[in-house]
Design a binder for this molecule. Structure first.
Ligand code: PMP
Length: 362
């Protein structure tokens, strides 16, 4: 029985059903007498896990046939390098949209390989953090690609629209909102995401890449970092993190059983609306500083108007079974990450606690 609601930004809360299934199968996976951890990745047993997980992910996101699905290591951070290493072979110019700390990390890495044009930056409008609309962006029509971060995990800003980049491939770091809602994969050249928020545990990264983008890479690109090599080898060029892959597979199956991404879109919208509307109606005590149209449905950062109460808030929340609410070290405050696995009861318990805390200290 679980004792707390874990609001961590990642590794995040996993569905209890997934953990229980992993526990039940741990010593004897599918009557093999072995744990999935002990089965070779090239054997028929693990191949079944790999193929089923890819099929489930393809079904969940309606991934078209002309896209490869890769299961790689190195987290989203490795993709900060793999994207320019592979896509800048055509033209060493890329456009990046800077909406926060994770965008900046992607930008800094890409600058090692080519010219980066920061085409737009998060700005402050009426004291609120805002994503500039695309008509204010300075895109370069010759860019090899446009990179953006649809959900910024730290700042709690999320695009509720998809940039239009014409023939220039759009690359998205969906680490913190993949599988939270339906997407049209055909609008993207590459989508990548670390698994540890909405797809399972850390150690594995999903890359969905259109087949015309896997051919070239910059000279000197490590073999393991070439999409072409990874695609040709079905992500088995070296030994993949089999247990992380297996947990991702269990999570995909769980998502399907719950009703797929359409169900989660509605569910996540409802959870986030409960929390934001509580914050907005208690502005004398709690404050979120993101414009309404770009508030994240996954990561809800907020501040106590009396900053000195933040530590007491976090300590008492932990005691009440509401854990990992501390804001990122660069932004401070509080952050509630409410990914797919967070039940509505967890959000309601947080709201109850916030109400009670405000009453006692207000
Ligand atoms: N991008 C985003 C949006 C993230 O939230 C994170 C992790 N919090 C990363 C990239 C980095 O991921 P990893 O640690 O898996 O490399």
């Amino acid at each position: 029985m679980r004792k707390v609601y874990n609001f961590s930004s990642g590794p995040g809360m996993l569905p209890e059903e997934v953990l229980l299934q992993a526990q039940a199968e741990l010593l004897d996976w599918h009557s093999t007498g072995m744990s999935i951890m002990e089965l070779g990745h090239r054997g028929a047993e693990f191949k079944e896990v790999a193929e089923q997980s890819e099929a489930d992910l393809r079904e969940l996101l309606s991934i078209p046939k002309n896209y490869h699905v890769l299961f790689l290591t190195g987290g989203a951070t490795a993709q900060f390098a793999m994207v320019p290493l592979n896509l800048m072979a055509r033209n060493k110019k890329a456009d990046y949209i800077d909406t926060g700390i994770w965008s900046k990390k992607a930008i800094d890495e890409a600058k090692r390989y080519g010219d980066v044009n920061v085409a737009a930056t998060l700005h402050i409008k009426n004291d609120l953090v805002t994503i500039p609309r695309q008509d204010h962006w300075h895109l370069n029509s010759n860019a090899a690609y446009v990179h953006y971060t649809p959900n910024e995990t730290i700042e709690g800003v999320e695009f509720d629209w998809v940039p239009k980049t014409g023939d220039v491939p759009l690359v998205a770091d969906m680490s913190s909102n993949i599988l939270s809602k339906p997407i049209d994969v055909s609008q993207y050249g590459i989508i990548y995401a670390g698994a540890q928020k909405n797809m399972g545990q850390s150690g594995i990264t999903v890359v969905i890449v259109r087949d015309d983008l896997i051919h070239a890479s910059l000279p000197g690109t490590p073999t393991l970092y070439q999409y072409k090599i990874q695609a040709e080898n079905n992500s088995f060029y070296n030994t993949p993190p089999t247990f992380s892959w297996y947990i991702a597979g269990l999570t995909f199956a769980w998502l399907k059983r719950q009703g797929g991404v359409k169900h989660f879109a509605e569910f996540n919208r409802r959870k986030a609306a409960l929390l934001y509307s509580f914050i907005d109606s208690h502005q004398e005590f709690y404050r979120n500083n993101v414009s309404k149209e770009c508030r994240s449905l996954m990561n809800v950062p907020f501040y106590l108007t009396t900053d000195s109460l933040t530590n007491a808030f976090l300590d008492e929340a932990t005691e009440a079974g509401l854990t990992k609410l501390k804001g990122h070290r660069l932004s401070g405050g509080v952050r509630a990450s409410i990914y797919n696995a967070m039940p509505e009861a967890g959000v309601l318990a947080l709201i109850d606690f916030m109400q009670d805390f405000a009453k006692r200290y207000g």
